[in-house]
Design a protein around this ligand. Structure first.
Ligand SMILES: *Cc1c(COP(=O)(O)O)cnc(C)c1O
Length: 440
Protein backbone atom coordinates (compact mmCIF):
# COMPACT_ATOMS: atom_id res chain seq x y z
CA UNK A 1 0.00 0.00 0.00
CA UNK A 2 2.70 2.50 0.94
CA UNK A 3 4.64 1.89 -2.27
CA UNK A 4 2.19 3.83 -4.45
CA UNK A 5 3.39 7.33 -5.19
CA UNK A 6 0.47 9.05 -3.39
CA UNK A 7 1.13 7.07 -0.21
CA UNK A 8 4.84 7.80 -0.44
CA UNK A 9 4.12 11.51 -0.80
CA UNK A 10 1.84 11.32 2.21
CA UNK A 11 4.50 9.62 4.34
CA UNK A 12 6.98 12.31 3.35
CA UNK A 13 4.50 15.06 4.22
CA UNK A 14 3.60 13.60 7.62
CA UNK A 15 7.23 13.37 8.59
CA UNK A 16 7.92 16.90 7.39
CA UNK A 17 4.86 18.23 9.22
CA UNK A 18 6.29 16.86 12.47
CA UNK A 19 9.84 18.01 11.72
CA UNK A 20 8.72 21.49 10.70
CA UNK A 21 6.47 21.85 13.77
CA UNK A 22 3.17 22.06 11.88
CA UNK A 23 1.97 19.50 14.41
CA UNK A 24 3.35 18.86 17.86
CA UNK A 25 2.41 19.02 21.53
CA UNK A 26 0.97 22.53 21.17
CA UNK A 27 -0.49 22.06 17.69
CA UNK A 28 -2.16 18.69 17.94
CA UNK A 29 -4.23 18.79 14.75
CA UNK A 30 -3.57 19.78 11.14
CA UNK A 31 -5.01 18.99 7.73
CA UNK A 32 -2.76 18.34 4.76
CA UNK A 33 -3.58 18.62 1.05
CA UNK A 34 -1.46 16.93 -1.61
CA UNK A 35 -1.11 19.62 -4.27
CA UNK A 36 0.51 17.21 -6.73
CA UNK A 37 -2.31 14.71 -6.26
CA UNK A 38 -4.97 17.38 -6.81
CA UNK A 39 -3.30 18.55 -10.01
CA UNK A 40 -2.95 14.98 -11.30
CA UNK A 41 -6.62 14.28 -10.52
CA UNK A 42 -7.82 17.38 -12.34
CA UNK A 43 -5.63 16.56 -15.34
CA UNK A 44 -6.97 12.98 -15.37
CA UNK A 45 -10.54 14.31 -15.47
CA UNK A 46 -9.81 16.67 -18.33
CA UNK A 47 -7.99 14.09 -20.42
CA UNK A 48 -10.59 11.37 -19.77
CA UNK A 49 -13.29 13.49 -21.43
CA UNK A 50 -10.97 14.88 -24.11
CA UNK A 51 -10.32 11.25 -25.08
CA UNK A 52 -13.99 10.59 -25.79
CA UNK A 53 -15.20 13.85 -27.34
CA UNK A 54 -14.12 16.93 -29.27
CA UNK A 55 -17.06 18.88 -27.85
CA UNK A 56 -16.27 21.73 -25.45
CA UNK A 57 -16.45 20.51 -21.85
CA UNK A 58 -16.57 22.73 -18.76
CA UNK A 59 -15.50 20.77 -15.71
CA UNK A 60 -17.11 22.79 -12.92
CA UNK A 61 -15.75 21.65 -9.57
CA UNK A 62 -18.53 21.24 -7.00
CA UNK A 63 -17.37 23.84 -4.45
CA UNK A 64 -19.41 22.09 -1.76
CA UNK A 65 -16.82 19.27 -1.68
CA UNK A 66 -13.92 21.53 -0.60
CA UNK A 67 -14.90 25.15 -0.07
CA UNK A 68 -11.42 26.63 0.26
CA UNK A 69 -10.43 29.53 -1.99
CA UNK A 70 -6.82 28.41 -2.71
CA UNK A 71 -8.13 24.97 -3.68
CA UNK A 72 -10.59 26.54 -6.14
CA UNK A 73 -7.76 28.64 -7.52
CA UNK A 74 -5.52 25.59 -7.91
CA UNK A 75 -8.26 23.74 -9.79
CA UNK A 76 -8.89 26.81 -11.96
CA UNK A 77 -5.18 26.76 -12.78
CA UNK A 78 -5.78 23.22 -14.07
CA UNK A 79 -8.60 24.54 -16.27
CA UNK A 80 -11.61 23.80 -14.06
CA UNK A 81 -14.56 26.05 -13.28
CA UNK A 82 -16.94 26.03 -10.30
CA UNK A 83 -20.37 24.62 -9.51
CA UNK A 84 -21.89 26.63 -6.67
CA UNK A 85 -25.05 26.09 -4.66
CA UNK A 86 -25.28 29.02 -2.25
CA UNK A 87 -24.33 32.70 -1.98
CA UNK A 88 -21.35 31.63 0.14
CA UNK A 89 -20.06 29.20 -2.47
CA UNK A 90 -20.51 31.79 -5.21
CA UNK A 91 -18.53 34.29 -3.13
CA UNK A 92 -15.73 31.73 -2.73
CA UNK A 93 -15.61 31.02 -6.47
CA UNK A 94 -15.47 34.74 -7.19
CA UNK A 95 -12.73 35.22 -4.59
CA UNK A 96 -10.78 32.52 -6.40
CA UNK A 97 -11.08 34.53 -9.61
CA UNK A 98 -13.35 32.04 -11.39
CA UNK A 99 -15.29 33.96 -14.03
CA UNK A 100 -19.06 33.91 -14.53
CA UNK A 101 -18.62 32.05 -17.81
CA UNK A 102 -16.96 29.21 -15.86
CA UNK A 103 -19.46 29.13 -13.01
CA UNK A 104 -22.70 27.14 -12.72
CA UNK A 105 -25.34 27.82 -10.04
CA UNK A 106 -27.42 24.87 -8.86
CA UNK A 107 -29.32 24.80 -5.61
CA UNK A 108 -32.77 23.65 -4.65
CA UNK A 109 -33.62 26.87 -2.79
CA UNK A 110 -32.43 29.95 -4.69
CA UNK A 111 -34.00 33.21 -3.53
CA UNK A 112 -35.20 35.89 -5.97
CA UNK A 113 -32.14 37.99 -5.05
CA UNK A 114 -29.74 35.12 -5.77
CA UNK A 115 -31.34 34.48 -9.15
CA UNK A 116 -31.27 38.18 -10.02
CA UNK A 117 -27.58 38.43 -9.11
CA UNK A 118 -26.67 35.30 -11.06
CA UNK A 119 -28.43 36.58 -14.17
CA UNK A 120 -26.84 40.01 -13.79
CA UNK A 121 -23.42 38.38 -13.59
CA UNK A 122 -24.09 36.02 -16.50
CA UNK A 123 -23.64 32.84 -14.46
CA UNK A 124 -25.26 29.65 -15.76
CA UNK A 125 -28.31 28.68 -13.72
CA UNK A 126 -30.13 25.38 -13.60
CA UNK A 127 -33.69 25.78 -12.36
CA UNK A 128 -34.77 23.11 -9.93
CA UNK A 129 -38.55 23.19 -10.30
CA UNK A 130 -41.53 24.83 -12.06
CA UNK A 131 -41.79 27.65 -9.52
CA UNK A 132 -38.17 28.58 -10.06
CA UNK A 133 -38.69 28.47 -13.81
CA UNK A 134 -41.53 30.98 -13.35
CA UNK A 135 -39.12 33.28 -11.49
CA UNK A 136 -36.69 32.98 -14.39
CA UNK A 137 -39.51 33.87 -16.82
CA UNK A 138 -39.97 37.17 -15.00
CA UNK A 139 -36.26 37.93 -14.80
CA UNK A 140 -35.59 37.08 -18.45
CA UNK A 141 -38.50 39.32 -19.49
CA UNK A 142 -37.24 42.22 -17.39
CA UNK A 143 -33.57 42.42 -18.42
CA UNK A 144 -31.21 40.91 -20.96
CA UNK A 145 -28.87 38.28 -19.54
CA UNK A 146 -25.84 36.37 -20.75
CA UNK A 147 -26.64 33.49 -18.38
CA UNK A 148 -27.14 30.13 -20.02
CA UNK A 149 -30.28 28.72 -18.40
CA UNK A 150 -31.32 25.13 -17.89
CA UNK A 151 -33.63 22.82 -16.00
CA UNK A 152 -32.62 20.09 -13.60
CA UNK A 153 -34.33 16.77 -14.02
CA UNK A 154 -34.38 13.76 -11.75
CA UNK A 155 -34.31 10.57 -13.81
CA UNK A 156 -35.82 8.70 -10.80
CA UNK A 157 -33.67 5.62 -11.26
CA UNK A 158 -33.53 4.45 -7.66
CA UNK A 159 -31.19 4.66 -4.69
CA UNK A 160 -27.56 3.78 -4.16
CA UNK A 161 -26.25 2.27 -0.95
CA UNK A 162 -26.41 5.51 1.09
CA UNK A 163 -29.96 6.86 1.37
CA UNK A 164 -29.01 10.39 2.39
CA UNK A 165 -26.86 10.77 -0.74
CA UNK A 166 -29.18 9.18 -3.28
CA UNK A 167 -30.19 12.03 -5.58
CA UNK A 168 -32.19 10.05 -8.10
CA UNK A 169 -34.84 8.24 -6.09
CA UNK A 170 -38.53 8.55 -7.01
CA UNK A 171 -39.09 11.08 -4.22
CA UNK A 172 -35.71 12.90 -4.21
CA UNK A 173 -35.99 16.60 -3.42
CA UNK A 174 -33.90 17.58 -6.46
CA UNK A 175 -35.10 18.59 -9.89
CA UNK A 176 -38.24 17.73 -11.83
CA UNK A 177 -39.10 14.04 -11.54
CA UNK A 178 -38.96 12.78 -15.11
CA UNK A 179 -41.15 9.76 -14.50
CA UNK A 180 -43.89 11.51 -12.58
CA UNK A 181 -47.21 11.45 -14.37
CA UNK A 182 -47.30 14.08 -17.09
CA UNK A 183 -43.84 15.40 -16.21
CA UNK A 184 -42.10 14.48 -19.43
CA UNK A 185 -44.73 16.22 -21.57
CA UNK A 186 -44.68 19.22 -19.25
CA UNK A 187 -40.88 19.51 -19.57
CA UNK A 188 -40.94 19.29 -23.36
CA UNK A 189 -43.60 22.02 -23.55
CA UNK A 190 -41.74 24.13 -20.98
CA UNK A 191 -38.75 24.17 -23.33
CA UNK A 192 -40.91 24.80 -26.38
CA UNK A 193 -42.36 27.87 -24.68
CA UNK A 194 -38.94 29.22 -23.67
CA UNK A 195 -36.45 29.59 -26.52
CA UNK A 196 -33.86 30.80 -23.99
CA UNK A 197 -33.90 27.53 -22.05
CA UNK A 198 -30.84 25.92 -23.64
CA UNK A 199 -29.43 23.54 -21.05
CA UNK A 200 -30.49 20.31 -19.42
CA UNK A 201 -29.04 19.23 -16.08
CA UNK A 202 -28.98 16.01 -14.09
CA UNK A 203 -26.85 14.93 -11.15
CA UNK A 204 -27.74 11.32 -10.52
CA UNK A 205 -24.60 9.98 -8.89
CA UNK A 206 -22.99 10.20 -5.49
CA UNK A 207 -21.05 8.07 -3.05
CA UNK A 208 -22.70 4.65 -3.05
CA UNK A 209 -24.29 4.99 -6.51
CA UNK A 210 -22.95 2.48 -9.08
CA UNK A 211 -21.47 3.81 -12.34
CA UNK A 212 -24.03 1.96 -14.44
CA UNK A 213 -26.87 3.79 -12.67
CA UNK A 214 -25.09 7.13 -13.15
CA UNK A 215 -24.72 6.40 -16.86
CA UNK A 216 -28.43 5.57 -17.08
CA UNK A 217 -29.19 8.97 -15.61
CA UNK A 218 -27.04 10.66 -18.21
CA UNK A 219 -28.72 8.65 -20.95
CA UNK A 220 -32.13 9.73 -19.68
CA UNK A 221 -31.02 13.38 -19.88
CA UNK A 222 -29.62 12.90 -23.38
CA UNK A 223 -32.78 11.23 -24.67
CA UNK A 224 -34.89 14.01 -23.22
CA UNK A 225 -32.68 16.66 -24.83
CA UNK A 226 -33.10 14.92 -28.20
CA UNK A 227 -36.85 14.80 -27.70
CA UNK A 228 -37.03 18.51 -26.87
CA UNK A 229 -34.89 19.44 -29.85
CA UNK A 230 -37.01 17.27 -32.16
CA UNK A 231 -40.20 18.84 -30.80
CA UNK A 232 -38.99 22.42 -31.38
CA UNK A 233 -37.32 21.58 -34.68
CA UNK A 234 -33.94 23.09 -33.82
CA UNK A 235 -31.06 22.38 -31.51
CA UNK A 236 -32.40 24.57 -28.71
CA UNK A 237 -30.74 22.50 -25.99
CA UNK A 238 -27.09 22.95 -26.82
CA UNK A 239 -25.51 21.91 -23.52
CA UNK A 240 -26.03 18.90 -21.26
CA UNK A 241 -24.80 19.11 -17.67
CA UNK A 242 -24.01 15.60 -16.40
CA UNK A 243 -23.49 16.54 -12.76
CA UNK A 244 -20.82 14.90 -10.62
CA UNK A 245 -21.02 12.05 -8.19
CA UNK A 246 -18.19 9.73 -9.14
CA UNK A 247 -17.82 7.51 -6.06
CA UNK A 248 -14.52 7.30 -4.20
CA UNK A 249 -12.72 4.22 -2.93
CA UNK A 250 -12.21 4.75 0.81
CA UNK A 251 -10.78 1.25 1.35
CA UNK A 252 -7.28 1.58 -0.13
CA UNK A 253 -4.96 3.97 -1.95
CA UNK A 254 -6.26 2.77 -5.30
CA UNK A 255 -8.19 5.42 -7.25
CA UNK A 256 -11.23 3.54 -8.41
CA UNK A 257 -13.38 3.99 -10.38
CA UNK A 258 -11.38 6.31 -12.61
CA UNK A 259 -12.63 9.20 -14.73
CA UNK A 260 -11.35 7.27 -17.73
CA UNK A 261 -13.60 4.29 -16.91
CA UNK A 262 -16.59 6.55 -16.40
CA UNK A 263 -16.00 8.53 -19.61
CA UNK A 264 -15.60 5.30 -21.61
CA UNK A 265 -18.76 3.86 -20.07
CA UNK A 266 -20.67 7.04 -20.97
CA UNK A 267 -19.35 6.92 -24.52
CA UNK A 268 -20.50 3.31 -24.83
CA UNK A 269 -23.93 3.92 -23.25
CA UNK A 270 -24.72 7.35 -24.69
CA UNK A 271 -22.60 7.76 -27.84
CA UNK A 272 -24.76 10.56 -29.27
CA UNK A 273 -23.91 12.81 -26.35
CA UNK A 274 -20.26 12.84 -27.39
CA UNK A 275 -20.57 13.35 -31.15
CA UNK A 276 -20.13 17.10 -30.90
CA UNK A 277 -23.82 18.08 -31.04
CA UNK A 278 -23.79 19.14 -27.39
CA UNK A 279 -21.39 21.08 -25.24
CA UNK A 280 -20.93 19.37 -21.88
CA UNK A 281 -20.65 20.42 -18.26
CA UNK A 282 -19.52 18.15 -15.43
CA UNK A 283 -19.70 18.85 -11.68
CA UNK A 284 -17.37 16.48 -9.89
CA UNK A 285 -16.55 17.18 -6.26
CA UNK A 286 -15.60 14.31 -3.97
CA UNK A 287 -13.61 12.41 -6.59
CA UNK A 288 -11.37 15.44 -7.26
CA UNK A 289 -10.36 16.01 -3.64
CA UNK A 290 -11.10 13.14 -1.28
CA UNK A 291 -7.96 11.10 -1.72
CA UNK A 292 -5.66 14.10 -1.55
CA UNK A 293 -6.47 15.14 2.00
CA UNK A 294 -5.10 13.80 5.28
CA UNK A 295 -5.89 14.83 8.83
CA UNK A 296 -2.97 14.48 11.18
CA UNK A 297 -3.90 14.21 14.85
CA UNK A 298 -1.67 13.78 17.83
CA UNK A 299 -2.45 11.01 20.29
CA UNK A 300 -2.92 12.91 23.55
CA UNK A 301 -3.50 9.86 25.72
CA UNK A 302 -3.49 6.10 25.27
CA UNK A 303 -5.67 4.23 27.73
CA UNK A 304 -7.67 1.06 28.07
CA UNK A 305 -11.27 0.64 29.11
CA UNK A 306 -12.97 -2.71 29.57
CA UNK A 307 -9.84 -4.26 28.09
CA UNK A 308 -10.10 -2.18 24.89
CA UNK A 309 -7.13 0.02 24.02
CA UNK A 310 -8.29 3.54 23.18
CA UNK A 311 -6.18 6.24 21.55
CA UNK A 312 -7.59 9.64 22.48
CA UNK A 313 -6.67 11.92 19.58
CA UNK A 314 -7.54 15.47 18.54
CA UNK A 315 -9.49 14.40 15.45
CA UNK A 316 -13.12 13.50 15.96
CA UNK A 317 -16.57 14.68 15.13
CA UNK A 318 -15.40 18.22 14.37
CA UNK A 319 -13.54 17.05 11.24
CA UNK A 320 -15.49 13.87 10.45
CA UNK A 321 -19.13 14.39 11.37
CA UNK A 322 -20.40 11.89 8.81
CA UNK A 323 -18.08 9.13 9.98
CA UNK A 324 -18.83 9.67 13.65
CA UNK A 325 -22.62 9.79 13.22
CA UNK A 326 -22.90 7.19 10.45
CA UNK A 327 -19.83 4.96 10.81
CA UNK A 328 -21.22 2.09 8.75
CA UNK A 329 -21.72 4.30 5.69
CA UNK A 330 -18.55 6.36 6.06
CA UNK A 331 -15.61 4.26 7.33
CA UNK A 332 -12.27 6.05 7.11
CA UNK A 333 -8.81 4.53 6.94
CA UNK A 334 -6.41 5.46 9.70
CA UNK A 335 -2.64 5.17 9.47
CA UNK A 336 -0.40 5.08 12.54
CA UNK A 337 2.74 7.23 12.71
CA UNK A 338 5.28 7.48 15.50
CA UNK A 339 6.25 10.63 17.42
CA UNK A 340 8.78 11.57 14.71
CA UNK A 341 6.22 11.19 11.96
CA UNK A 342 7.46 7.87 10.62
CA UNK A 343 5.09 5.00 9.82
CA UNK A 344 4.66 3.11 13.07
CA UNK A 345 5.86 -0.49 13.04
CA UNK A 346 4.51 -3.21 15.28
CA UNK A 347 1.87 -5.92 15.32
CA UNK A 348 -1.70 -4.78 14.72
CA UNK A 349 -3.82 -4.52 17.85
CA UNK A 350 -7.60 -4.03 18.03
CA UNK A 351 -8.20 -0.52 19.34
CA UNK A 352 -10.55 2.43 19.24
CA UNK A 353 -9.41 5.75 17.82
CA UNK A 354 -11.34 8.44 19.65
CA UNK A 355 -11.77 12.16 19.13
CA UNK A 356 -11.66 15.00 21.66
CA UNK A 357 -15.39 15.75 21.86
CA UNK A 358 -17.41 15.16 25.01
CA UNK A 359 -19.77 12.43 23.93
CA UNK A 360 -19.19 8.70 23.96
CA UNK A 361 -19.79 8.19 20.24
CA UNK A 362 -16.94 10.49 19.19
CA UNK A 363 -14.93 7.67 17.62
CA UNK A 364 -13.18 7.75 14.25
CA UNK A 365 -12.70 4.01 14.33
CA UNK A 366 -13.95 1.27 16.59
CA UNK A 367 -12.08 -2.01 17.11
CA UNK A 368 -9.61 -1.15 14.34
CA UNK A 369 -6.45 -3.23 13.80
CA UNK A 370 -3.47 -0.87 13.95
CA UNK A 371 -0.02 -0.85 15.51
CA UNK A 372 -0.82 0.15 19.07
CA UNK A 373 -1.02 3.93 19.26
CA UNK A 374 0.82 5.50 22.22
CA UNK A 375 0.91 8.95 23.75
CA UNK A 376 2.74 11.31 21.37
CA UNK A 377 2.11 9.21 18.25
CA UNK A 378 0.06 10.52 15.35
CA UNK A 379 -3.10 9.11 13.80
CA UNK A 380 -3.49 10.06 10.15
CA UNK A 381 -7.08 10.05 8.93
CA UNK A 382 -6.90 9.30 5.22
CA UNK A 383 -9.05 10.33 2.23
CA UNK A 384 -10.42 13.36 4.06
CA UNK A 385 -9.89 15.97 1.32
CA UNK A 386 -13.61 16.28 0.50
CA UNK A 387 -16.52 16.77 2.91
CA UNK A 388 -14.36 16.30 6.02
CA UNK A 389 -11.90 18.84 7.43
CA UNK A 390 -13.23 21.59 5.20
CA UNK A 391 -16.67 20.92 6.72
CA UNK A 392 -16.04 21.82 10.30
CA UNK A 393 -18.66 20.92 12.89
CA UNK A 394 -18.31 23.28 15.85
CA UNK A 395 -19.14 20.80 18.64
CA UNK A 396 -17.47 21.71 21.97
CA UNK A 397 -16.28 24.94 20.29
CA UNK A 398 -13.37 22.94 18.90
CA UNK A 399 -11.24 25.11 16.63
CA UNK A 400 -11.08 24.61 12.89
CA UNK A 401 -7.71 23.06 12.12
CA UNK A 402 -5.18 24.74 9.87
CA UNK A 403 -5.10 23.40 6.32
CA UNK A 404 -1.74 23.18 4.58
CA UNK A 405 -0.99 22.26 0.99
CA UNK A 406 2.20 20.30 0.45
CA UNK A 407 4.51 19.68 -2.46
CA UNK A 408 7.37 17.26 -2.13
CA UNK A 409 10.57 17.40 -4.14
CA UNK A 410 14.10 16.12 -3.76
CA UNK A 411 14.90 19.19 -1.69
CA UNK A 412 12.17 18.38 0.80
CA UNK A 413 8.55 19.12 1.53
CA UNK A 414 7.19 22.64 1.24
CA UNK A 415 3.96 23.62 3.00
CA UNK A 416 1.68 26.48 2.01
CA UNK A 417 -1.07 27.81 4.26
CA UNK A 418 -4.46 27.17 2.68
CA UNK A 419 -6.38 28.25 5.78
CA UNK A 420 -4.79 29.17 9.11
CA UNK A 421 -5.99 27.41 12.27
CA UNK A 422 -8.99 29.14 13.83
CA UNK A 423 -7.94 31.42 16.69
CA UNK A 424 -9.77 31.41 20.01
CA UNK A 425 -10.64 35.07 19.45
CA UNK A 426 -12.42 34.05 16.24
CA UNK A 427 -14.43 31.43 18.10
CA UNK A 428 -15.50 34.05 20.64
CA UNK A 429 -16.33 36.58 17.91
CA UNK A 430 -18.41 34.02 15.98
CA UNK A 431 -20.24 33.11 19.19
CA UNK A 432 -21.72 36.49 20.04
CA UNK A 433 -18.56 37.75 21.73
CA UNK A 434 -19.22 41.28 20.53
CA UNK A 435 -22.64 41.42 22.20
CA UNK A 436 -22.22 39.74 25.62
CA UNK A 437 -25.01 41.85 27.22
CA UNK A 438 -27.58 41.38 24.51
CA UNK A 439 -29.81 39.14 26.65
CA UNK A 440 -29.66 41.18 29.86
C1 LIG B 1 -23.00 17.69 -4.53
C2 LIG B 1 -23.22 17.97 -5.97
C3 LIG B 1 -22.22 17.70 -6.91
C4 LIG B 1 -20.91 17.03 -6.53
O1 LIG B 1 -21.11 15.72 -6.08
P1 LIG B 1 -19.83 14.80 -5.73
O2 LIG B 1 -20.46 13.54 -5.24
O3 LIG B 1 -19.05 15.51 -4.69
O4 LIG B 1 -19.07 14.61 -6.99
C5 LIG B 1 -22.44 18.06 -8.21
N1 LIG B 1 -23.61 18.63 -8.61
C6 LIG B 1 -24.60 18.89 -7.74
C7 LIG B 1 -25.84 19.52 -8.23
C8 LIG B 1 -24.45 18.56 -6.39
O5 LIG B 1 -25.45 18.80 -5.54
Amino acid sequence: MTDTPAAARRDQAVRAAVEQGLVGPDAPLAALLDVTGIRLGAAALTSAFAAVTDAPVLHAFAVKACPLVPVLRLLADEGLGAEVASPGELALARAAGIGPDRTVLDSPAKTPAELREALALGIAVNADNPQELARLDALVASAATASPLGLRINPQLGAGSIGALSTATRTSKFGVGLRDEGAREWIVEAYAARPWLTRLHTHAGSQGVPLALMAEGVRAAYELAEEVNARVGRRQIDTVDLGGGLPVNFASDEESPTYEEYARLLLAQVPGLFDGSYALVTEFGRSLLAKHGTVLARVEYAKTSGGRPIAVTHAGVQIAARTVYAPASWPLRIAAYGPKGRPKPGPPVLQDVAGPACFAGDLLAEARLLPRLEQGDYAAVLDTGAYYFAHHYAYNSLARPGVYGFTASTSGVRFAVVRPPQALAEIVAESGGATPDSLL
